[in-house]
Design a protein around this ligand. Sequence first.
Ligand code: EPS
Length: 391
Amino acid sequence: MPFDMAPLNCLTTGESHGPCGLAVLTGFPAGLDLDEAFINTELKRRQGGYGRGGRQRIETDMATFLGGVRSGRTTGAPLVLQVPNKDSRLDDQEKTPPVHRPRPGHADLAGSIKWLTDDCRNTLERASARETAARTAAGAVARCLLREVGIDVFGFVRSVQEVVTDVVVEPGNMDSLREARDASEVYSPDEIATKGMMEAIRSAKVDKDTVGGLCEVHVQGCPLGLGSCATLSDRLDARLAAAVMGIQAFKSVEIGMGREVASKRGSEVHDPIVYDEALRDTPLLGFMRERNNAGGIEGGMTNGMPIVVTGAMKPISTLLQGMPSVDLRTKESEHSDYERSDVCAVSAASVVMENAVGFEIAGAFLDKFGGDTMYEIRTAYEAYLSAARSL
Ligand code: EPS
C-alpha cells in the first residue's frame, strides 16, 4: 500500500461527511472469488467496539463493487469499491460548519496551513478515520486471496491505556482466541482484561477525555521468502511499518520483540534454528524456531514463523473538554473546537490494522508469485515450495 510502484496497490478517496468512501485497487489477478459476507463482516466489526461515538449508530457500512468484478469474481481489471455514507452533508454549511480552532493532536493545524486556509474543515474531513472503512474493505479483499493460499490473519486489542492482556497467541489457539475476541466488547480475547479496558474507557468518557492503546496482528501460514533484503522498498518489515503507521492516530509500530531488542544481548534476541523433518511439508519447510522474537521476519523477509506486528494508537484528539488552542482568524487563545467523536477507537483500529497488514502480505505474496490469474499464482506457489523442499 505505501509504495506506489508495488504491483498490488490501493488508493482511497472520500470525505468523512461526503457521499462515500472509495478504494481503487490495482494488481489483483482474475479468478479470485470475493467473499462479500466476509468483507462486510470486517466492515461491521470496524464499526463496533466499546467507546465509539454517535456516528456508528447512523452508518451501516457495506462494500459495493463498481468495477473489476463479475458475478462475485475478479476479472483482472482494477477493482473499485464504494462504502456509502448515510451521514452525507459536506456542503451543508449549517450542519457542517467551518472549523477555526484546531484540535491539538489532530491534522487540523498543519493541514490548514498546508492548504492555505483558516478553515480546518477540508483537512479534518479527509484526515478522519472514516477513511478506514474503504481501507478495511480493500484489506478484506486481499485476505480473500490469502485465504486461498492458506494464510490467516488475526488482530486483537492488546491494551487500552494501562490495562494490558497477557494472552499468548500460538499456532494452535488462534481460532479459540478469535472466538474469545469476538465475544469481547473491546475485541480483546481476555474476559478480565476486557472489563478493565471498558472501565478505562468509561472513566475517560466521564472525564470528557479519550484513551488509546495497542493493537496486535498475527499472520500464520506465510512461506519463507516473502519480501526481500535486496531493495529497501521490498523489505516486508518496512512495508508493514508504513502500512501500520499510515493508519490514523498510530504513533509507533513494532515487529516481534520490537524496541526491547535494544536492551538485550544477541543470544537473548535471536531465534535458534532447528530442523524438524515432520514440518517439511508445512510453510516452514522444516526450519523451526523455538521462539519468535523476530516476529517472523529476518532481513526484510518472512522466515516461516508467524508474523507479529504491534501498533500503538494515541488517544483520539477530539476531547469533549477541549484543549488549549488558538483561533486561526484572530490568533487569540481559545479552546479547541469539538466535533462529534469517539472516546476510544482502539477496537476499530485493530480491525483496520488486521486488514491493512493482510493487504501488505498479499502484496508481498503477489510480488513473488504474481500472474494474471489465480491459476498461475497457485501454480507458481506450488513450484516454489517444491523447489525449496528439494534443496
Ligand atoms: C472521526 C470522527 C467521528 C468518528 C469517525 C472518525 O466521526 P463524526 O465526526 O462523523 O462523528 O465516528 O469515524 C468514523 C466515522 C468511522 O466510520 O470510523 C474523526 O474525526 O476522525
